[in-house]
Each structure stands twice: as structure tokens, then as C-alpha cells.
Design a binder for this molecule. Structure first.
Ligand code: AP5
Length: 218
């Protein structure tokens, strides 16, 4: 199964991608996670990306395209993958089409997590992430058992620097201006399926599981 998850920051793409990745045993490829790891390790890509990420701007297309083209060609992606946070511009979408064409494969579905700004802002301001294993929590929606501590590995939970109020506002504007047009791009290709990102994690999962069966993907 080859999926793209599309939607604004805070739509729950990363959270749902982790559930789908475990359920269907296909890798979750998050450009945001890959870039944050590169920043943490002070890698060349991280050095290029950091200033954009801190402001909530998009990292240049050529940097991100390179990452994804390499990643989808790896062995574990041969059975399928879940792209989360990519593509985010028309240039990225076209590069993805080319790469898939070169590999002789195609996307099965693009899942659009339609989400209100109110919900997105509330989710991002309350998000906490594990420094060690990357698990996602929310201070009220999905709280850890012990405040500030990861349920899975005991790691410290932190707030992403780009989840500050000012940067979140900019990320939502950037989404509207540069990414939202991909909804129509993929609708035009007949790949788009819309799910409400405002629903809770399990509700979204049930809807998607049924969709995959109905589409003959599982
Ligand atoms: P990225 O990491 O991709 O951030 P994003 O798209 O802004 O998405 P988020 O991770 O904020 O939201 P999400 O939809 O995954 O929500 P989540 O599941 O975490 O990108 C960060 C930056 O990297 C960009 O700004 C850019 O600079 C750069 N970048 C990345 N990709 C790029 C690209 N392709 N091109 C250029 N630049 C790129 O959930 C949020 C919170 O809500 C969590 O606390 C979670 O616990 C909670 N939650 C989730 N789902 C639910 C639910 N259903 N009900 C209740 N709570 C929920």
C-alpha cells in the first residue's frame, strides 16, 4: 500500500501514520522527522533546513526531494510506504510522480485530513514529543501516564520549538498558500480520499481500515 497523508499541521497525520505503519507493516516516512533528526545531528541537510523550520517556512524543494527519492528506493519501502508531510508543493508532487514512474510503481491513495484551524491550533499547542523514541502525546487529548515522561520508553517529553504560537500561525498560512492546492492536484488524479482530521485517533483508524478494504488494498 502506497499512501500520502495530506493536511494542515496538527491534523493528526503523524499520529495516524504511526498506527497505520504498525498495522500494515509498511514504513512511515515523515520528512519532518527526517529533517528534525538531521538538525539534531548537525548533519549537512539539517544545517540547510534549520532556519526554515524555526520560522515555520518550507525547506527548499530540492533538499526535501532528494531525501524522499532516496528513502522510497530503500528495501523496506518495496512493499509500500506512508508519506507524511510530503509532498507539500506542486514541484514536490511532480518530482514524486517522476520518481514513482522511474521505480515502476504508483500511489494507491492520498488521504486528506480535513481539519479546522481551531482543532489544529489546540493540538499543536498541547503536543509533547518524546526526545528518545519520538512518540507523540497531547497534554489533554492523549496525555502520558506520568506528566513529562514517555509511556513507551521513559524518555523526557518536550515541546517542539515550531509549536510556539507565532510559528504555528505561520505554518498554517504556509499550508494555505503552498500546500493546500495539492488537494485539487490529487483530486484531479482520482487519488484523493477525505477523512475528518477533527475525529479522534481511533475513529479515523476505523474509517481508514474500512476504506482500505473497500478499495481492495488489504
Ligand atoms: P512536519 O513535522 O511535517 O510538521 P507538520 O506538517 O506541520 O505536521 P505536524 O507534525 O505539526 O502535524 P501532524 O498532522 O503530523 O499532527 P500530529 O499527529 O503530530 O514539518 C515540520 C517542518 O519541517 C515544516 O514546517 C517545514 O519547515 C519542514 N518540512 C517538513 N516536510 C517538508 C516538505 N515536504 N517540504 C518542505 N519543508 C518540509 O498531532 C498533533 C497533536 O495532536 C499531537 O499532540 C497528537 O498527540 C494530537 N493528536 C493527533 N491526532 C489526534 C486526534 N485524532 N485526536 C486528538 N488528538 C490528536
Amino acid at each position: 500500500m502506497r499512501l500520502v497523508l495530506l493536511g494542515p499541521p496538527g491534523a493528526g497525520k503523524g499520529t495516524q501514520a504511526k498506527v497505520l505503519s504498525q498495522t500494515y507493516a509498511i514504513p512511515h516516512i515523515s520528512t519532518g522527522d527526517i529533517l528534525r533528526e538531521a538538525v539534531k545531528n548537525n548533519a549537512p541537510v539539517g544545517k540547510k533546513a534549520k532556519a526554515y523550520m524555526d520560522k515555520g517556512e518550507l525547506v527548499p524543494d530540492d533538499v526535501v526531494n532528494q531525501i524522499v527519492v532516496e528513502r522510497i528506493g530503500e528495501d523496506d519501502a518495496a512493499r509500500g510506504f506512508i508519506l507524511d508531510g510530503f509532498p507539500r508543493t506542486r514541484v514536490q508532487a511532480q518530482r514524486l510522480d517522476e520518481s514513482l514512474g522511474e521505480l515502476g510503481i504508483a500511489l494507491d491513495l492520498v488521504l486528506y485530513f480535513e481539519t479546522s484551524n481551531r482543532v489544529a491550533i489546540a493540538r499543536l499547542s498541547g503536543r509533547r514529543v518524546c526526545r528518545k523514541c519520538g512518540a507523540n502525546f497531547h497534554i489533554t487529548n492523549i496525555p502520558p501516564k506520568v506528566n513529562g515522561v514517555c509511556d513507551h520508553c521513559g524518555g523526557e517529553l518536550y515541546q517542539r520549538p515550531d509549536d510556539s504560537e507565532e510559528t504555528v500561525k505561520n505554518r498554517l498560512v504556509v499550508y494555505e498558500q503552498q500546500t493546500k492546492e495539492l488537494v485539487e492536484y490529487y483530486r484531479g488524479k482520482g487519488l484523493l480520499r477525505t477523512v475528518s482530521g477533527d475525529l479522534d485517533v481511533q475513529e479515523v483508524f476505523v474509517i481508514l481500515s474500512k476504506m482500505f478494504k473497500d478499495e481492495g488494498l488489504v
